[in-house]
Design a protein around this ligand. Structure first.
Ligand SMILES: Nc1ncnc2c1ncn2[C@@H]1O[C@H](COP(=O)(O)OP(=O)(O)OP(=O)(O)O)[C@@H](O)[C@H]1O
Ligand SMILES: [Mg+2]
Length: 285
């Protein structure tokens, strides 16, 4: 039965071409991938590798030209089930301005719920609870366009969250934010993932953000070229460099130090690990 599927999202040999089946190189070619409840997946790849297209397939904004995408066991081709698919897999875009539609934050948070035709009392309760969760209580009466980028992105996340999704799809959600705004949005999403079991697929060009995910999926030219633990995929610098990406700053620096003769392990991913390993070497010499 559809609802009993263990995976929230399944992509079965999915292809997508923007200009019809005759296109010599489709945007996506034969994507096999599934995401379970509670997973946090970073989606990486160079410009034009198909990351945004893949998220749009998961949200049924696009339908595969070949193959199939299932959300909680429901094929995205089932038009009468699209509202359920979109409610289950909410999407956050790079620019929150494209996503905020109402004249106040409060109305914005209620917007999707009103479309679900929920009773007013339920809508009020959910808006209040979501605003509290994301620290937006003081901003409820504000017009969204007067908020900072980080605040707007938190409102966009709250709008998706109010729909009680099983999965949040995020397309470079921190690209326009300063370090504090980025930190706040990342903390919020990781806490939702940890505490509520909401699956997250997070497209990012920041290796440090990808390193925080449990799993990393790398795309190149519309194909999956790596899928595994962040520690494994992001320390495979040969693969990353081959497709025009970089590892984390700590990982790249560790590789340079190794080349220079410093016996550091090859699995270093973050600053803490780099510092700890260098200190251990220094103490032993
Ligand atoms: N609306 C469109 N019409 C035609 N081709 C498109 C369209 N959107 C994307 N493409 C093409 O599909 C391919 C994948 O694009 P996509 O936007 O999914 O890449 P991306 O990995 O998200 O890139 P970026 O890192 O730049 O955001 C690219 O070759 C792109 O030129
Ligand atoms: Mg993109």
């Amino acid at each position: 039965m559809a609802g009993q599927s263990a995976a929230i999202i399944e992509s079965k040999d999915a292809y997508f071409s923007y200009s019809g089946d005759g296109e010599p190189s489709p945007a996506l070619s034969g994507i096999n991938f599934s995401v379970k409840r509670g997973e946090y997946v970073a989606l990486i790849g160079p410009n034009g590798s198909g990351k945004t297209t893949l998220l749009k397939l998961f949200n049924a904004l696009l339908i595969p030209s070949n193959g199939e995408v299932l959300v909680k066991g429901i094929s995205t081709t089932e038009e009468d089930k699209l509202p359920e698919v979109r409610r289950s897999c909410g999407m956050i875009f790079q620019n929150p301005d494209n996503q905020l539609v109402a004249t106040t934050v409060e109305e914005d948070l209620a917007f999707g719920l009103e479309n679900l035709a929920l009773p007013v009392s339920v809508i009020r309760k959910r808006v209040k609870a979501t605003a509290a969760l994301l620290g937006l209580e003081m901003l409820l009466k504000q017009p969204p366009h007067l908020l900072s980028g980080g605040e707007k992105q938190r409102v966009a996340i709250a709008g998706v969250l109010a729909m009680e999704p099983d999965c949040i799809l995020m397309d470079e959600p921190t690209a326009m934010l300063d370090p504090a705004g980025r930190h706040s949005v990342l903390n919020t999403v990781h806490a939702l993932n940890r505490n509520r079991g909401i699956a997250v697929i997070h497209v990012t060009h920041f290796p440090e953000e990808a390193a925080l995910a449990g799993r990393v999926l790398a795309l190149n030219e519309g194909r999956v070229v790596a899928d595994g633990a962040a520690k494994k995929v992001l320390t495979d610098l040969d693969l990353l460099h081959k497709i025009g990406l970089q590892g984390t700053t700590a990982g790249e620096l560790a590789a340079l130090l190794r080349l220079g003769g410093c016996p550091l392990p090859s699995h270093i991913l973050n600053n803490r690990e780099l510092v700890d390993n260098i200190c251990t070497l220094a103490q032993n010499n």
